[in-house]
Write a protein that binds this ligand. Structure first.
Ligand SMILES: CCCCCCCC/C=C\CCCCCCCC(=O)N[C@@H](COP(=O)(O)O)[C@H](O)/C=C/CCCCCCCCCCCCC
Length: 297
């Protein structure tokens, strides 16, 4: 047997393996989607969410709703103070907004603890959508855990993005050539992965805020992904992401997770979240750009 024929048969096995893997992911996604986990599992105060929603709407009309909704829209800056707690849900948009707003210090530095809290809220959002998004939520958790590991015991050095960058660069902890196999990935490299994903998120939120109930959320996701993230991911991750997008719940269901009721409120909250994230994204991008660290392996 020649080297060429060995090479060819390896290639054939490799292709078969990839097709099988893609097929398995597809079956996994479809199985996880079929039972409509996120709808069936949506229970508030022991009642299905849909029922609760119409009750809440009635209560609101009667002026009986105990949940206070404070949406102050200041037209110039579109600053929204959103204080409604979404009862019975892990994910709270108020906490997300709070974290991504408060992670910017007065001098424009990114406070890492608050930044990571924002990400932890996003993980809750993904978890509420069911198993299909489990691998994305798991990957995000892995990155957060690496960051938390760095913060533990080094809270001064890892207080802000800026102090982390200085600390890791001064000690030669950032590898510009390859990902070291035998050591914990640097904070700079790990946060860069989250930072790139924030670009996806702000594009998606913006698209969602300007879309209608007729728009397909999976397509919005995929468009934002192509623009912001796909080129950073391997072929396999791109296929898995494309399959996950097929299982994306409709806009109405996403808005239920955020707990907004009317279209106007949805647009305001989504665009406010997008704006808060853009500010964080831009400040972070400036730091990575200034230190030539946008392509860390
Ligand atoms: C009001 C809120 C509404 C929307 C909330 C959306 C919540 C989800 C927010 C962000 C999710 C994205 C998190 C992705 C982290 C990816 C980190 C990463 O890029 N890792 C890759 C590189 O790591 P290394 O190998 O270099 O260490 C890794 O290869 C990728 C793994 C798989 C991740 C696939 C990402 C797909 C992105 C699209 C997100 C769709 C989420 C939809 C959930 C609503």
């Amino acid at each position: 047997m020649t080297m060429a024929s060995v090479g060819l048969s390896c290639l054939r096995y490799y292709k078969i393996f990839l097709s099988l893997a893609a097929l398995l992911v597809l079956i996994y996604v479809l199985c996880a989607r079929l039972p409509e986990v996120h709808l069936a599992a949506c229970v508030e105060n022991g009642r299905p969410c849909n029922e609760m929603w119409s009750m809440k709407e009635r209560n609101l009309e009667d002026g009986k709703d105990k949940e206070m909704i404070t949406v102050k829209a200041v037209t110039l800056e579109q600053h929204v103070e959103y204080t409604r707690q979404c009862e019975g849900k892990d994910f709270q948009i108020t906490r997300l907004l709070g974290a991504f707003r408060s992670c910017i210090s007065e001098n424009g530095h990114i406070l890492l603890k608050e930044y990571l809290s924002g990400w932890e809220e996003l993980i809750k959002f993904m978890d509420s959508l069911g198993m299909v998004f489990g691998f994305i939520s798991q990957e995000t958790t892995t990155k957060i855990n690496i960051m938390r590991g760095h913060l533990t015991g080094n809270s001064d050095e890892y207080h802000t993005l800026q102090s982390m960058v200085r600390y890791e660069l001064d000690r030669g902890l950032v590898n510009f050539k390859e990902l070291p196999q035998d050591q914990v990935p640097s904070g700079c490299r790990t946060l860069l992965r989250l930072h790139r994903a924030l670009k996806w998120l702000q594009l998606f939120l913006y698209k969602l805020s300007t879309s209608t109930s007729q728009d397909n959320t999976g397509e919005l996701c995929a468009l934002a992904y192509e623009k912001a993230l796909a080129h950073h991911h391997s072929w396999f991750v791109r296929q898995a992401a494309a399959l996950a997008f097929l299982a994306m719940p409709p806009r109405r269901e996403l808005l239920q997770v955020i707990c907004v009721r009317e279209e106007e409120e949805a647009q305001l909250v989504l665009s406010t979240a997008a704006k808060a994230i853009v500010r964080v994204y831009n400040l972070t991008q400036d730091v990575y750009e200034a230190y030539g660290m946008l392509e860390l392996p």
